[in-house]
Design a protein around this ligand. Sequence first.
Ligand code: SF4
Length: 367
Amino acid sequence: MPRLTHEEILLWLRETEPTALEQLFARADAVRHAFVGDAVHLRGLIEISSYCVRQCHYCGLRMARSIPRYRMAREEILACARTAVRLGFGTVVLQAGEDYGIEAAWLADVLRAIKEETPLAITLSLGERMPHELRLWREAGADRYLLRFETSDPALYAAIHPRRGAAVSDRIALLGELRSMGYEIGGGVMVGIPGQTYEMLAHDIELFEQLDLDMIGIGPFLAHPDTPLGVPGVPTAGAEQVPSSEWMTLKAVALARLACPEANLPSTTALATINSVDGREHGLQSGANVFMPILTPAPYRQMYQIYPGRTCNEEDAIRCNACLRGRIGRLGRTVGEGPGGRSARRGEADPLPCDAGHAADAAAVKR
Ligand code: SF4
């Protein structure tokens, strides 16, 4: 399938005409259908710790904030994993701030227990850890690692992610290491970071393809108000500033699907937060094929506030599951069975029967 050029990506990012954008979304939806099918995979999200040593200028969990924090116990994590199995999920995602209180050997034991007791795939999203720790977790059963690089522009990255002591942050290089360890790898970006230009976002999308990412998480930029970027008057890129809107996020999701047809793309919670009515559905109709329902126990959710107002904090996992399945069914899609990883799917994907653009036109009429 011919890929989009840099200029084409830029043109789409700048496009504002709704009819034209409907064609982009429909084209991405057709590519999604052809390469990863109609199944929407459910990944149960377990936020295992709210401690973090980092000071990201937009994040409610940044170390400088004096807030109540938690770290889940082994049995609590295992209980969430059992819930995931009961609800028919194929994967759990263990996510946390960059918390060195999560000891490598302790987590390896938890991973082994999940693997012994359940058929679940395990995705880790624990920040920049040492290679020997990442290798240990891979050997203990972790299947995938999600490390969003947030922007491919080094200066913008440095401006909003202060260094931790002398440590140099190179998430792109770390993703390469993770791949060499046998992980499926996931990256992703925020859309509408103050100072982010259309050129930068176009480069982000090209980087998804260059890294051949297995998973891509894209959400609108949402800053916690109690952070340096959460206050009014933050400098922007002027006329070249990418807005942190739903439409811009959907454009980035659609272009990511065209760049990486086989990748797993979540319709993110952040996207649902800026449009709580049907933001999730719009994500699924623009190229996404994954939902990530939250399994974190209720008392901890209030303490895991990367940004406030996170949509749908439905604390009852059974009700949340029913709601999501209803949303998926109303789109005429099915709920995915099993782990739903990219590598397991390879060789099974249908090639595009014809130019995706034709299918897109037909799908655009349906939307
Ligand atoms: S974005 Fe992640 S690494 Fe940065 S402060 Fe928040 S939890 Fe920590």
